[in-house]
Design a protein around this ligand. Structure first.
Ligand code: GTP
Ligand code: MG
Length: 451
């Protein structure tokens, strides 16, 4: 989402790094470029002006200009000020002792409220919480059913008294059920409107008064940019908003909305949604986003994704196999599956520092289709072959190629890659000497990418 902004800012930084000494004119030129980049990324113009003024104030200091590393200092100032745009608040839910904790989702039509309800439920369940979901959207005919389907998919309980058409009664009923059955979170989905209208506000006020949510999350479609933020302000004035969920950041939203929310609305970004799937929800971490925008990679998010996808016991078993030189094509296939669970390769590559803006990577990146082909080839091997790749001679290669619709060259290439990977894993495993302490070696490897 921040690709264009990120590329432009990195160009500016590269050009000032190229100057041995920085003059006021250099800095002013860089600031002009940064200003344009932010405006083009759809950051609110008032926010941009205040931001540039603050950076200029600090960067024009003679101490900065005459220091030995003026460019680095300017870059650090930009980074600090960008972080300051997000205030002190971190993402996630508010602190509360309320039990059950009630989370109410608000927002315009189609912004992603219902989807976010399902995602949040899954996210909470994964942390050992017991969420109950309820829809109060009695306006759109299929809305209640949509939440029930999502609940089924995420294996979450949805409160749905058949025939109950009063939003407040539905919310009250859900709260009572949560208390009776021991659910510790209640997620209340609400109806959306195309525009803010008094009927909707009245309804939301009623629900709020009935269930008294600890979190009132405003769900905003990032693709609508500044408009989304304007309505967030209106909802905040009339109902109250504790945090914003920015959805659809996977699309071609320019991301500027994210940099403007706190300054314009005065509430933190709690979560971001980056896809239609239930797992496409992340707690918002300002520092990571800023690092990403400024091209410092987003290794922490990458590690979290890896940790969510990789089972620790599996990882330990795998390391043991590598150590014993017992890593087979079957394991190789499992690894591919794990990588694919982490999401589209593009988004993973984008998080690795220094990789985000390598242009030719776009052409050379291993694509999803290739991965499916590899899986197909391994799939048409016999179990014996998968467990002992050395068995796979010429005639077996031909048979495997035929069975998977691949060419013999493709099979050869795969076997060669596998042999290389095996060797690489072996040498990596060898360095640590194995043993229990190196259990999470794969994560350490990812971590080391950041440092
Ligand atoms: N690409 C993408 N699509 C999303 C995301 N979040 C939601 N959507 C899609 O946006 C559409 C609308 O989502 P809903 O969750 O139904 O939105 P809503 O706010 O509940 O809509 P109403 O109930 O009609 O007000 C659906 O097609 C979702 O799949 C996201 O983060 N990325
Ligand atoms: Mg909905």
């Amino acid at each position: 989402m921040f690709d264009a902004l990120s590329t432009r800012l990195q160009d500016v930084f590269r050009s000032i790094r190229g100057e041995g000494r920085l003059t006021e004119a250099n800095v002013e030129a860089a600031l002009r470029e940064i200003r344009m980049a932010l405006l083009e990324a759809d950051v609110n113009f008032k926010v941009v002006k205040a931001f540039i003024d603050r950076v200029r104030d600090r960067a024009m200091d003679q101490e900065v200009l005459r220091s030995l590393t003026p460019a680095q200092q300017v870059i650090r100032i930009v980074r600090d000020e960008m972080l300051a745009l997000f205030g002190d608040a971190q993402g996630g839910l508010t602190q509360t002792t309320q039990s059950p904790r009630v989370i109410m989702l608000l927002g315009l039509q189609g912004s992603g409220k219902t989807t976010t309800a399902g995602k949040l439920g899954r996210w909470l369940a994964r942390q050992g919480r017991h969420p109950l979901l309820v829809s109060t959207d009695v306006r759109r005919p299929a809305a209640i059913q949509q939440l029930s389907l999502l609940g089924q998919k995420a294996q979450l309980r949805v409160h749905d008294p058949a025939g109950e058409q009063d939003p407040i009664a539905r919310a009250n009923g859900a709260l009572a059920e949560a208390k009776n059955l021991g659910f510790d979170v209640l997620i209340v989905d609400t109806a959306g409107r195309l525009h803010i209208d008094d009927a909707l506000m009245g309804e939301l006020e009623g629900i709020k008064a009935a269930v008294q949510p600890a979190d009132q999350l405003y769900v905003a479609d990032a693709m609508t940019g500044q408009d989304a933020i304007k309505s967030a302000g209106e909802f905040n004035r009339r109902i109250g908003v504790t945090g914003v969920v920015l959805t659809k950041l996977d699309g071609d939203a320019r991301g500027g909305a994210a940099l403007s929310v706190v300054s314009v609305v005065g509430v933190p970004i709690a979560f971001v949604g980056s896809g239609e799937r239930l797992e496409d929800l992340e707690v918002f971490h300002p520092d990571r986003v800023v690092s990403r925008v400024l091209g410092m990679g987003d290794v922490l998010s990458l590690i979290e994704k890896a940790e969510a996808a990789i089972d620790v016991e599996d990882a330990a078993r795998l390391e043991e196999k590598v150590r014993l030189d017992d890593f087979t094509l079957e394991d190789f296939r499992d690894q591919l599956k794990t990588i694919r669970k982490m999401g589209p390769l593009e988004s993973i590559i984008g998080m690795i520092p220094g990789m985000g803006n390598i242009k030719q990577l776009a052409e050379n990146k291993p694509d999803e289709k290739q991965l499916s082909r590899i899986e197909a080839i391994i799939g048409s091997m016999t179990q014996k072959e998968r467990r002992n790749h050395q068995l796979i001679n010429g005639s077996r290669r031909k048979r495997i190629a035929k069975g998977s619709g691949a060419t013999v060259e493709e099979v050869n290439r795969l076997l060669k890659q596998f042999a290389q990977m095996r060797k690489m894993l072996k040498s990596l495993g060898g360095m640590g000497g194995g043993g229990k302490k190196k259990r999470r070696g794969a994560f350490d490897m990812l971590r080391s990418l950041g440092g």
